[in-house]
Design a protein around this ligand. Structure first.
Ligand code: TRP
Length: 452
């Protein structure tokens, strides 16, 4: 398929913001604080930053170049670049992963929608026990599932509008707004009574807590947060223009994503230490229990301000999640649309329907199905484990090997330098990381964890 037949993003800033929209999401605001909390704080963050710089950016550039060069969905991309080989499974695994991630991601995204409604109908300003509120809500037999389905339908609406009119337009408005609101909330959070303790937890590393599990979690979180390892950014890159600078785009996306994650930590942890009975390792509910308190405490004297900020925040939380669900949805939609010659809108229906089906099970695993466990994990935990700790690191490793060892060096260089038009000081380092550092590091951490 040629580029002129396919949709494309319209501008460079659109490319950065759409990719950043994919990267910035619940992974930053919900999963990152939760992982930091259960893995001991600052030391985890340091390892996380290392993973982003050393593994994340090179793998992202690889996904970009695979996508842009082949100009196809991720499953077909490998068939085009490595015809007749087993590499096609790598792309296929990505499509499956996107589908699984979307199914459980939409559950948490649905929670954000419910919280928006709760904030808008002023249910938080009366104060009260937000832990109980959260537990009652997620274990409800039908409400969270309904919000999950609603969220997928919202995603569906943007997807069927297409790449430029849907995805790009949406990201260009949402991302700047999101950044602004986050800055305001950081300031609020710093004024809380527990801010010193919260910041100490975030900034003072305790290396005695570092185990291989912590390192694996940090790596999984880095891949998850940057949307890597399963063809999400590869699919977006298939819509990039020939002028886009892949290295620069990857560096910008990683920077935006990391700033948002760390700022989310700055918002959550001071609040965690300001409220009696909250602890940083509270698990998936952490953000949902903490945030209502942030607004309560910060704006105790001016309730209407608290109301406005909390509604605004939850709306933006929803929108951040939405730009990510869109990117996940696009992976499977583009695959079904292009590989089976089904219209884009029909393909989108198949994906939405399938994810709602799986999402119901993930959603119920917080209530009715909470006893359905496997090796101590609920269905929801299992989806998260299989994708973030298994498929994504493996995907990242094989993408590095594919780009570093299999692909023609000239092809790689042409893509990264836009056929020699860009100067590239780090090319040697980039290839070195892809050939040796990334596969060995990912493989070692991964095996170490599996041996136990
Ligand atoms: N990165 C997004 C977040 O932080 C989630 C996401 C979107 C994702 N696309 C992905 C995660 C692909 C893994 C793979 O919320």
């Amino acid at each position: 398929m040629h580029s002129n037949e396919r949709a494309n993003f319209g501008s460079k800033i659109g490319i950065v913001l759409a990719s950043a929209g994919s990267a910035v999401g619940l992974g930053n605001i919900w999963r990152f604080p939760c992982e930091v909390g259960s893995n001991g704080g600052a030391a985890f963050i340091l390892i996380y930053l290392l993973c982003i710089a050393l593994l994340g950016i090179p793998v992202m550039v690889s996904e970009f170049l695979i996508g842009r060069h082949s100009r196809a969905n991720t499953a077909s991309a490998y068939k085009i670049l490595a015809p007749g080989t087993q590499w096609k499974w790598l792309g296929f695994m990505g499509v499956i992963a996107a589908f699984l991630i979307l199914s459980y991601y939409a559950v948490v995204a649905g929670w954000t929608l419910e919280y928006t409604v709760a904030a808008a109908t002023d249910q938080f300003s009366r104060g009260g026990d937000f832990t109980a509120f959260f537990n009652t809500f997620v274990s409800n037999p039908w409400k969270p599932a309904l919000y999950m389905a609603l969220f997928l339908l919202l995603t569906h609406i943007v997807i069927i509008r297409g790449v430029k009119e849907g995805i790009e337009k949406f990201s260009k408005v949402m991302m700047p707004m999101l950044l602004l609101i986050i800055c305001i909330l950081v300031i609020c959070s710093f004024s809380m009574p527990g801010s010193v303790e919260g910041l100490t937890f975030l900034l003072k590393p305790d290396f005695s807590k570092v185990t291989t599990k912590v390192v694996l979690s940090a790596m999984g979180q880095a891949f998850f947060s940057l949307s890597l390892g399963m063809g999400c950014l590869c699919t977006y890159a298939s819509y990039f223009s020939d002028e886009a600078n892949l290295m620069k785009t990857a560096a910008s996306v990683a920077t935006i994503d990391t700033i948002v994650a760390v700022m989310a930590g700055f918002i959550i942890f001071p609040a965690v230490y300001s409220v009696q009975g909250l602890s940083p390792d509270a698990g998936p509910g952490l953000v949902f229990v903490t945030l209502p308190n942030v607004f309560q405490i910060a704006f105790g004297n001016v309730p209407w301000l608290g109301y406005i900020f909390s509604v605004m925040f939850y709306v933006l939380f929803v929108l951040a999640a939405l730009t990510s669900t869109i990117s996940l949805h696009e992976v499977s939609t583009a695959y079904i649309h292009e590989s089976y010659h089904i219209s884009r809108s029909k393909a989108a229906y198949i994906v939405t329907g399938g994810c709602i089906f799986l999402g119901v099970f993930c959603s119920l695993s917080f209530g009715v199905l909470s006893d359905a466990t496997w090796m101590g994990m609920t269905i929801f935990d299992l989806f998260d484990f299989v994708t973030a700790k298994f498929i994504m690191p493996l995907g990242g490793m094989f993408i590095s090997i594919f780009t570093g060892w299999y692909l023609d060096r000239k092809l790689v260089k042409d893509e990264v330098t836009n056929k020699g038009r860009l100067r590239l000081p780090f090319f040697g380092l980039y290839i070195f990381i892809l050939k040796y550092v990334a596969p060995l590091a990912i493989g070692a951490i991964f095996l170490n964890e599996l041996m136990k």
